[in-house]
Structure formats: structure tokens, C-alpha cells
Write a protein that binds this ligand. Structure first.
Ligand code: RUB
Length: 302
């Protein structure tokens, strides 16, 4: 089995692999597989194989800087090695190191995030974010209740509902359009993110902005839970993150002819709507988050 092509297919289809950090994790595992199985005899050939793998993995979901940053980090750390055998080993070593950093980041985000959640409170979430799930699981003893949107068109809210009910966290699912009605009964909104920009805006599943505007309207704290690895360094130089446009068939399989259907997967939420970003480095106001990136990820800017 070609694990690289299987991973790319699974990332594109979203059935087995979805969510920014999960995509990055599987991309790193694919990179390890490429290094372990490569038959390249020269560093030049191996680097070309890596480049091809990188392009395939990155293009599988365009709006995913965490995957881009993870692969860039591994290649940046390993690339100076001239010996082919050592180079392959270094790619494996740094991929594993990166996976370990991601694992620890998730645990820290869950710890920090759960401190923000009050006893007996109702939390609204959208889509399926492993970081939000971990925070909410950590809060089980606080007797929280969760409201989750179904998240059309691919119903990732069902995954959230399944993950939480499995561990005994009470969940109420609503259709996306019921959010304005139900949000007033919640004391906090927490969602994940795929992208954090240099200005402190975030990009997450379509529907996130409506929830942020509603939270502002009803004065409900609106938090983002995301690894700092979701930062897109190019936004510091004015580039705009590409928003993935998905197949209209996901919205309506057999629509009337000539009907135009738009199916953007993500959208931006402006920093003015966000109360805080919960990361593995701490909770930050969106305005101040850039200083963290600048100190932590110097290699990203090279
Ligand atoms: C998933 C989604 C999640 C973020 C963060 O969208 O928008 O909120 O990716 O997830 P999709 P995590 O299902 O289209 O991938 O916190 O697990 O990284």
C-alpha cells in the first residue's frame, strides 16, 4: 500500500482525516513513510521525492498552514545533511519530534482551555475541533452542557456529538440555522481554527463568523482553541490565505440544471469578534499573538 497516496486521498475526502491538526499529523506520518520506503540512492533524488510528497500533501487541503508549517519545519531541520542515509533518518527524526510537539500542545491547550470554562455552564461549539473536544472532555466534572451545530454540508457536528456523548458529556445538537435562537442559553462559545493570521484574525469552518457576530451581539465570550502552528507566516507580508472551495455536490447531489451552488469550506473571523486565542503558549488577545510567532518561529520567515 502506498501510504502517501492513501493519506492524500483520505485528507481530500474528509471521511477518515479531517480537522487541521489531524491533517498535519497524518501528513507527517506520510513523510516518515516516504523516507522509510524511498529507494533513492542520491540526496538529489530523495529531495525531489520529498518535494513531490510535500506538494501532494499540501494541495490535498489548501487552507491548512499547520500542515505546511510541519513539513517545512522537518525539511528545514534536515536539509543540510549531505549523506543520503543520514538525511532519510533526519526526516524521520524531525517528523517524530514534530508529532511529539503537537501531542504535547494538545494536552496543554486542553488544560489551559478547561480553566476558562465555568462550573455548570453551557458551551456552544461548531464543526469538529479536536482541541475543543479535549477541552470539553477535561470539563466533564464541572457538569457542563454542550450545544453543537450539525455543520452542513458534511455534518462534522455529528463527530463532535459522538466524541462527547461517548465520554458522558451531555450534548444537544442543533441545525446551523438555530444558532441565533440557542446561543442565548450558552455562556461561552469555543471553536477551533485552521489558520491564525499575523493580524490575529482566524479562519475556521464556514459558519464560524455568524457565531462570532451572534456572540458579540449577545455579549457571550467567544474563544478560539488552536496550536500556534496554525499561523500563516505569509500573512505578515500581505498575502491572503486561500479559502478552500469544495464540490457543490456536497451541498446538493442532484440540483436543478443551471443552479449555481457555492460551497466554501472556511471563512475568516475578524479579531474584533474574538475574546481570546487559547494556545499551547497561553491565552492571548488576538492583537498580541504575532509577538509569539515572531519569537517562536524564526525559521518560518527564512
Ligand atoms: C474542521 C475545522 C476545525 C479546525 C480545527 O474542518 O474547521 O475546527 O480544523 O480542528 P474540516 P483541530 O472538517 O473541514 O477539516 O482543533 O482538530 O485542529
Amino acid at each position: 500500500m502506498n501510504l502517501l497516496l492513501k493519506t492524500v486521498k483520505d485528507i481530500k475526502e474528509l471521511k477518515k482525516i479531517q480537522g487541521a491538526s489531524n491533517i498535519a499529523k497524518h501528513a507527517l506520518k506520510a513523510l516518515i513513510w516516504v523516507s522509510k520506503t524511498s529507494k533513492a540512492k542520491t540526496t538529489g533524488n530523495f529531495k525531489r521525492e520529498l518535494k513531490k510528497a510535500e506538494q501532494l500533501l499540501i494541495n490535498a487541503r489548501p487552507t491548512e498552514p499547520m500542515t505546511r508549517n510541519a513539513i517545512k519545519y522537518v525539511i528545514y531541520m534536515a536539509k543540510k545533511e549531505k549523506d543520503i542515509k543520514k538525511l532519510k533518518k533526519r526526516i524521520i527524526f524531525y517528523s517524530k519530534k514534530c508529532l511529539d510537539k503537537f501531542k504535547k500542545a494538545k494536552i496543554t491547550i486542553a488544560e489551559i482551555g478547561s480553566r476558562k470554562v465555568k462550573q455548570n455552564s453551557s458551551i456552544l461549539t461548531h464543526c469538529h475541533s479536536s482541541n475543543v473536544i479535549n477541552i470539553l472532555k477535561n470539563c466533564k466534572k464541572k457538569k457542563i452542557k454542550v450545544v453543537c451545530t450539525e455543520t452542513r454540508p458534511l455534518f462534522q457536528g455529528r463527530r463532535t456529538a459522538r466524541d462527547l456523548t461517548k465520554v458522558g458529556v451531555p450534548v444537544t445538537m442543533i441545525v446551523d440555522s438555530a444558532a441565533a435562537n440557542l446561543i442565548r442559553k450558552c455562556s461561552m462559545v469555543i471553536i477551533g481554527a485552521d489558520v491564525i493570521t499575523s493580524e490575529g484574525n482566524i479562519i475556521n469552518k464556514i459558519g464560524s463568523k455568524a457565531l462570532a457576530i451572534l456572540s458579540k451581539h449577545y455579549d457571550i465570550p467567544f474563544y478560539i482553541a488552536a496550536e500556534t502552528w496554525k499561523f500563516n507566516p505569509k500573512t505578515a507580508f500581505g498575502e491572503i490565505e486561500t479559502i478552500e472551495q469544495r464540490n457543490p455536490k456536497e451541498v446538493w447531489k442532484n440540483p436543478p440544471k443551471k443552479l449555481k451552488i457555492l460551497n466554501p469550506a472556511f471563512e475568516a473571523v475578524g479579531k474584533e469578534l474574538i475574546d481570546g486565542i487559547i494556545t499551547e503558549e497561553g491565552v492571548f488577545a488576538p492583537e498580541s499573538i504575532y509577538s509569539i510567532f515572531n519569537n517562536k518561529f524564526k525559521w518560518m520567515f527564512e
